[in-house]
Ligand binder design. Structure first.
Ligand SMILES: Cc1cc2nc3c(=O)[nH]c(=O)nc-3n(C[C@H](O)[C@H](O)[C@H](O)COP(=O)(O)O)c2cc1C
Length: 205
């Protein structure tokens, strides 16, 4: 099977077009050039995505979410993707509220289509203002979402990308992360493993 049939969705969970946006787009560019796969990108700037209301409309009706905001676009992209790369800025030692909200809203997606995320691979990239500002806890929280939704969490593995991509922006946005050579190594190692496993899994379908 050719890897070009694969589709990776990258998501930036930052409300800005800054460090996380830059890193996720670089990761997708790397995947596209190296593996000739299709990439899609979703970001939060200028978007309106409401909190989950826990109204249980999705559970009762199995018709998706009652709220018709910018999640409609993400739902479609998540269903299409074979693999997902979730990028987040580190906020208070963990993932951003934006990405957490997207995760919560996926309850409706899975209620409507239990196979929407099942057996797909996912990985995380966490971008902190500090070198050790909570990137690993942010990544573990992304992994929890993947496990809860029957996805397969991956990282780039030992020697640099233990839990996924860990990047340091020094609070300088895209300019800050550009200088983080080690951070980018962790990102590319993670993308390599994400694609490797996505190809393996596609062969079993
Ligand atoms: C509300 C808030 C909380 C933050 N908390 C942390 C933190 O706990 N650890 C850290 O390393 N950086 C923290 N930062 C800094 C951001 O993670 C950092 O600037 C990051 O690069 C922002 O990503 P962006 O440029 O993609 O928006 C925080 C920033 C904000 C706005």
């Amino acid at each position: 099977m050719r890897s070009s049939e694969l589709r990776i969705l990258g998501i930036s969970g930052s409300p800005r077009k800054a460090a996380t946006d830059f890193v996720v787009r670089k990761a997708l560019e790397y995947a596209k050039n190296k593996y000739k796969i299709k990439t899609d990108y979703f970001h939060f700037y200028g978007k309106k995505i409401n909190f989950c209301l826990h109204c249980d409309y999705c559970i009762r009706t199995k018709k998706g979410c009652i709220q018709k905001d910018d999640m409609v676009e993400v739902y479609a992209e998540l269903e299409e993707a074979d693999a997902m790369l979730f990028g987040t800025p580190v906020y208070n030692g963990t993932l951003s509220g934006q990405l957490k909200t997207l995760f919560d809203r996926c309850r409706a997606l899975v209620a409507k289509n239990p196979k929407a995320l099942k057996n797909k691979v996912g990985a995380g990239i966490a971008v902190g203002g500090d070198r050790l500002g909570g990137q690993e806890l942010a990544l573990l929280t992304i992994h929890s979402f993947l496990l809860i939704n029957k996805m397969i969490p991956v990282s780039g593995g030992a020697l640099g990308a233990n839990l996924g991509g860990t990047v340091w922006s020094k609070d300088l946005g895209a300019k800050g992360v550009e200088e983080d050579v080690e951070g980018f190594k962790s990102v590319y190692k993670t993308v390599d493993r994400l694609v490797e496993l996505a190809i393996l899994l596609r062969k079993t379908r």
